[in-house]
Design a protein around this ligand. Structure first.
Ligand SMILES: Nc1ncnc2c1ncn2[C@@H]1O[C@H](COP(=O)(O)OP(=O)(O)OP(=O)(O)O)[C@@H](O)[C@H]1O
Length: 634
């Protein structure tokens, strides 16, 4: 993007207002309200830089920091880097931040968990008294009561609670995401000491993507601010139109106190003119905020392709549309193949199918307890494939002996210090054995027919190339004893059933070809051309393809047919609308706004509809796209 200085500083007033607020002598809280691509993150980083320059010494002397809360680990890393890891700034996700406040207060945590368990048990027992004793729900409730009683009884024995970000830690001392947030919100409300600690440690607390911050915590922080106006600055950066998680605070803009500054930004620096026009229209029925493009913005292209939802080969259809976009947008990169385009599907299984790692992904994704870890790549059992075997195979494929040796030396038990010491004179044998094991591995994964993950795991275990984690041990032996899964044994507690379903899921996932692990890994690292509608907030891409299929997504939270007017509102929608409650259409609109506003140059919406012709008529009536921009593909 060439620089047009006037446009660069078009919204300078907002940045000046923010800086005036961030004065430790005259603190004032603020809410920066601005649409997509308006440079909210940029404003945040710039403001911190200036505060560090002008008031950093004072912060350091007082042992204080600027706290920054972001939504994802990736966003944390990005901001830390942009601030060159300035030690006066503490950037963390909301969970890490919350835990940094309450971790260590084990007595309070114990009391909280105990009260929560008793409350849950009382509610379950009440439901139990009403329901039929033999129903599936009653059996589940009975198990849940039992499990909660056990957790309650075991609380006194816990010396120190830990926080398990992935929720995969099964030990009794582990707290999960939701508990940490709920507890922090309650402690902040009830304990003046904790409020003082927060305010003293972070006289300035800035929250990016504040529209999606858990509402209970947001309410607690608003309370803290109200009680410490003279010494605490809460700075919120966000866009209520981009609230896409159910947990975020509805009506955040309205909840902001009168005495806060409310700077606004009007310019969209990211998108081309056509896309800005589109997202302005999408927003019209919400809060009606309009953005303007930069003077040097490209005209850009937006197209909507309609296909029957029965289309058999969706990947091929989308590839053909990408080819077509190359012509329409006059941008050959659309036809270059996948990497130049970002394809956004509504949920992960749609991406997994398109990118080709569904056989590995689907069974594990179905187990709720482990799917957070699966999505961020940290879950138990994944690392041996993604961080050990896969890099080794890649190094072997290109004959990179240095990288191969480094990987083996780092974690392989074959060449660990003890093995080398024990080998004494015979170290060369050990090295030869490692070399042989590597060649065999390469032959296995690149052989025909392609090896399954299970084959590879067994080979790795047999040759002691890497240490097999506990969760995969049942599959590492040549002839494992199958672990039957029947969720009906009433004596098992929830945890045992979870563990069994996890094992069953791994059994199935390991039947996938080895090649799927690379795709899975690229997907979760964000290096593939696929992502979800929700996963790309805060990001931007030159060419965006938004894939919409209510039928394939099968969700109940979003409905594009309704958003586009192809399907009427249900009774629930009408009731919600009448009661001023959020409807499916509101949620879907915000999601659509987020996806479309990622495009820096061109946008293709691929819409699989039940009746493409009827959908086309509805779309034309809606007026977001004009006739020439809508194509029916058969
Ligand atoms: N004042 C500016 N001058 C030039 N470019 C800018 C300016 N502000 C932002 N940009 C550019 O516009 C793009 C969007 O900025 P940024 O990601 O900070 O926006 P955002 O408001 O956080 O977006 P979103 O809410 O959509 O995630 C980035 O490429 C950024 O470098």
């Amino acid at each position: 993007m060439s620089t047009v200085p006037d446009d660069d500083v078009f919204d300078a007033k907002a940045d000046e207002t923010i800086l005036a607020c961030l004065d430790l002598d005259k603190p004032k809280s603020f809410f920066l309200y601005a649409g997509a691509g308006s440079g909210k993150t940029r404003s945040l980083v710039e403001a911190i830089r200036i505060v560090c320059r002008e008031q950093g010494r004072r912060l350091s002397l007082a042992g204080q920091k600027i706290g920054v809360i972001t939504y994802t680990n990736a966003a944390c890393d990005e901001i830390k880097q942009r601030l060159e890891f300035d030690p006066r700034v503490e950037v963390s996700t909301i969970h890490a931040f919350a835990w940094s406040l309450i971790g260590g207060y084990d007595g309070d945590i114990r009391k909280w968990v105990a009260a929560r368990m008793l409350q849950d048990i009382a509610e379950l027992e009440k439901a139990q008294a009403k329901g039929r004793a033999t129903s599936k729900a009653a059996i589940d409730r009975a198990r849940s009561i039992e499990s909660k009683r056990r957790r309650h009884a075991g609380l006194d024995a816990i010396q120190r609670f830990i926080y398990s970000p992935t929720g995969d830690n099964r030990t009794r001392d582990a707290l999960n995401h939701a508990e940490v947030i709920a507890m922090t919100a309650e402690f902040l409300t009830a304990k003046p000491g904790l409020r003082r600690l927060l305010v003293t440690r972070f006289p300035i607390l800035l929250i990016d993507e504040s529209q999606d911050t858990s509402r209970r915590l947001m309410d607690a922080l608003l309370d803290v601010q109200a009680a410490h106006r003279e010494s605490f600055i809460l700075g919120l950066f966000g866009d209520t139109m981009q609230r896409i998680y159910a947990d975020g605070k509805t009506g955040l803009a309205e909840a902001i106190p009168e005495d806060w500054a409310k700077p606004r930004k009007e310019m969209n620096h990211r998108c081309p003119t056509r896309v800005i026009e589109l997202i302005n229209k999408v927003r019209r029925d919400d809060d009606g905020q309009e953005q303007r493009p930069r003077a040097d913005a490209q005209p850009g292209v937006a197209r909507l392709f309609l296909l029957p939802h029965t289309t058999a080969n969706k990947s091929a259809a989308e590839a053909a549309i990408a080819q077509r976009m190359a012509d329409i947008a006059g941008d050959p990169a659309w036809a270059d193949g996948s990497e130049a385009i970002k394809t956004l599907a509504l949920e992960h299984m749609m991406s997994a199918r398109r990118f080709g790692f569904e056989q590995f992904f689907e069974p594990l994704y179905a187990v709720q307890r482990i799917n957070t870890g699966l999505l961020d790549g940290t879950g138990a059992g994944l690392g041996i494939f993604t961080r050990e075997i896969l890099p080794l195979v890649k190094a072997l494929r290109v004959g990179d002996r240095f990288a191969t040796a480094a990987i083996i030396r780092k974690t392989s038990p074959l060449l660990d210090r003890d093995a080398l010491r024990d080998a004494g004179e015979a170290q060369q044998d050990l090295l030869d054995r490692a070399k042989g094991a590597c060649s065999g591995l390469l032959a296995l994964v690149d052989g025909q027919p392609s090896a399954s993950l299970r084959d590879v795991l067994r080979y790795v275990a047999e040759h002691r190339l890497f240490t097999v984690p506990d969760v995969l041990l049942p599959f590492a032996a040549a002839d494992p004893d199958p672990d039957p899964v029947d969720g009906n044994d009433a004596d098992e507690d929830e945890e045992e059933i979870d563990i069994k379903s996890e094992i069953a899921a791994w059994r199935q996932a390991l039947e996938a070809p080895f090649g799927q692990i690379d795709k899975y890994d690229r997907y979760v690292c964000g290096f593939s051309q696929f992502d979800t509608h929700q996963g790309v907030k805060g990001l931007e891409f030159p060419r965006v393809m938004v894939v919409i299929s209510d039928e394939e997504a099968r969700g109940f939270l979003f409905n594009y047919d309704k958003l586009f007017g192809a399907k009427g509102k249900s009774k629930t929608d009408l009731d919600n609308e009448a009661a001023g409650e959020e409807t499916t259409i509101d949620r879907t609109r915000r999601l659509f706004y987020v996806t479309c506003s990622r495009a820096e140059r061109s946008l293709a919406v691929v819409y699989y509809a039940e009746n493409p012709t009827a959908s086309r008529d509805a779309l034309l009536q809606q007026g977001w796209f004009v006739e020439d921009e809508i194509e029916i593909v058969n």
